[in-house]
Ligand binder design. Structure first.
Ligand code: AMP
Ligand code: ZN
Length: 110
């Protein structure tokens, strides 16, 4: 837990947020400023700043992020229509919350 991190606060329920999914290692919630009809954030509970800060010991977190994103895409009914998965990395990459998260974006009518 990093005390000045918004996503740590969300994970620890200090900032009330509806979880679409939660287990020991991850939470999933809706992005507050959705860029598409479906825009979820898949977030490890462990505080990791960005992709740059992953270590060997985080391998199961990385695989878990992708498997959970796959499951959430199916849950949201967008797995066959298609979706985007996105990591923003550091400021130049558009990252504004420095707690690792995977964007799951989809649900367009096209
Ligand atoms: P990034 O630019 O990859 O760091 O993405 C951070 C995302 O977090 C943005 O898309 C924000 O809209 C989203 N966000 C910020 N605050 C909240 C919040 N309280 N609940 C849900 N999503 C949030
Ligand atoms: Zn954090």
């Amino acid at each position: 837990m990093t005390t000045d991190c918004l996503f740590c606060k969300i994970v620890h329920r200090e900032v009330p947020t509806e979880f679409l999914y939660e287990d020991n290692d991850f939470v999933v919630f809706k992005d507050i400023h959705p860029a598409a009809p479906v825009h979820l954030l898949v977030v490890p509970k462990k505080h990791i700043r960005s992709i740059n800060d992953l270590h060997e010991e985080d391998e199961t977190i990385v695989s878990g992020l992708f498997m959970l994103a796959r499951d959430m895409a199916k849950d949201q009914g967008i797995h066959t229509s298609g979706y985007k998965l996105l990591f923003n990395v550091e400021k130049g990459g558009g990252q504004v919350i420095f707690h690792l998260h995977l964007h799951l974006i989809g649900g367009w009518k096209r």
